[in-house]
Design a protein around this ligand. Structure first.
Ligand code: PLP
Length: 364
């Protein structure tokens, strides 16, 4: 079976280094907010081109803490998309704020900036812009509209580690960028992890208080809405060792995407052109009107697939009543037609060829 991810194969070339990093933390006797975390925060901020990076427990917490730090309060509205897996929605609801969904562009599957101006009403406190599947969203345009409206821009970079547009990288366009280090992400830990990057010194300080009970100093809580959400030393040590290899992994993802775009030859599949510096191809997603049949065919051919994501946020069972009046035609159509093909750095050329051939053999 050609899997969507193969983390054992990914880690094999540096397994001794990773075991050594884990062993060092074990020997150090320090497990939370120690030197490994501050070292990784410095390295990751430099890598993202931001002044600060703050390690937190996971990507969803990163979004929630960034929203709170940016001033989102109960009953505020936060704009986002409904096709990005529900993580931003979870974070917005955790702040007791209300999501307002805007539709996406059918070609890029990212937020359609043409809908943003109309949605930026006075109740809006922030926009969460997701760089979906690893491809940068329209960050410069969204940042301009947010600035004009006096609204915070939080980037969801959980799928976009290292995506760039010229001088600016994912996470550096808005007030804050939120990353996940879930094991399958382009930079993944050996468990959960996350980070918030920012150039704003005051926002950095608020995030640092919010991740640890609202403390300004030990046992002195000054910030409302504080949490326990820290990046532990084991994960930070592993992430430091894996960070230097992300660029090569992204390059390999782009090369696979390039082969899919040029070699998959089947009119029943809409295969996108992906790659370039603005796209780190976290997920390679094709579109077809015969999704169930294609997924079954590929499974028979030994190719694992998945759907990212099958249920738009406003159609999740716990939200359907609340968003009954919301219709997002592009988002809703895509949810029924998208299918994710394997595209990870440890795939061999032979495996890519097998996926290409299996796609060519599909008869709708
Ligand atoms: C993975 C992911 C998250 C959440 O990250 P966790 O660490 O799993 O909480 C947020 N947004 C997007 C787009 C993601 O893919």
């Amino acid at each position: 079976m050609i899997a969507l991810n193969d983390l054992q194969r990914l880690h094999a070339p540096q397994i001794a280094e990773l075991r050594d990093a884990v062993g060092r933390v074990l020997d150090s006797g320090r497990f939370v907010l120690g030197s490994e975390c501050s070292r990784f925060e410095g390295e990751f901020a430099a890598w993202c081109g931001t002044r600060h990076a703050v390690g937190v427990a996971n990507g969803t917490d990163a979004l929630e803490i960034a929203l709170r730090a940016a001033g989102v309060r109960p009953n505020d509205t936060v704009i986002t998309v409904a096709n990005a897996g529900g993580y931003a929605t979870t974070a917005i609801l955790a702040c007791k704020a209300t999501p307002r969904y805007v539709d996406v562009d059918s070609a890029t599957m990212n937020l359609d900036v043409r809908h943003l101006a109309n949605a930026l009403l006075p109740d809006v406190r922030a926009v969460v812009l997701t760089h979906l599947y690893g491809r940068l969203g329209p960050a410069a345009d969204v940042a301009r509209l947010c600035r004009a409206a006096g609204v915070a821009l939080i980037e969801d970079c959980a799928q976009a580690h290292g995506a760039r547009d010229g001088a600016c990288g994912a996470g550096a366009f808005g007030d804050a960028g939120c990353f996940s280090f879930y094991p399958t992400k382009n930079l993944g830990a050996l468990g959960d992890g996350g980070a918030i990057v920012t150039d704003d010194d005051a926002l950095d300080a608020r995030v640092r208080r919010l991740r640890q009970y609202g403390w300004e100093a030990k046992y002195h809580a000054v910030e409302d809405g504080g949490r326990n959400s820290r990046l532990d030393e084991l994960q930070a040590a592993v992430l430091s060792r894996k960070l230097p290899r992300v660029a090569a992994g992204n390059a390999r993802r782009r090369a696979i995407a390039q082969r899919y775009a040029t070699e998959i030859d089947n009119a029943a599949l809409d295969v996108p052109h992906r790659g370039g510096e603005s796209d780190v191809v976290h997920l390679f997603v094709v579109r077809t009107r015969h999704r169930a049949a294609l997924a079954a065919h590929l499974a028979r051919e030994g190719v694992q697939t998945d759907v990212h994501y099958p249920v738009p946020d406003h159609r999740q069972p716990f939200l359907t009543a609340r968003f009954a009046a919301t219709t997002l035609p592009v988002t809703e159509a895509l949810a029924d037609e998208i299918l994710t093909l394997p595209c990870h750095p440890a795939m061999t050329d032979e495996e890519v060829s097998h996926v290409v051939a299996a796609c060519a053999r599909f008869a709708a």
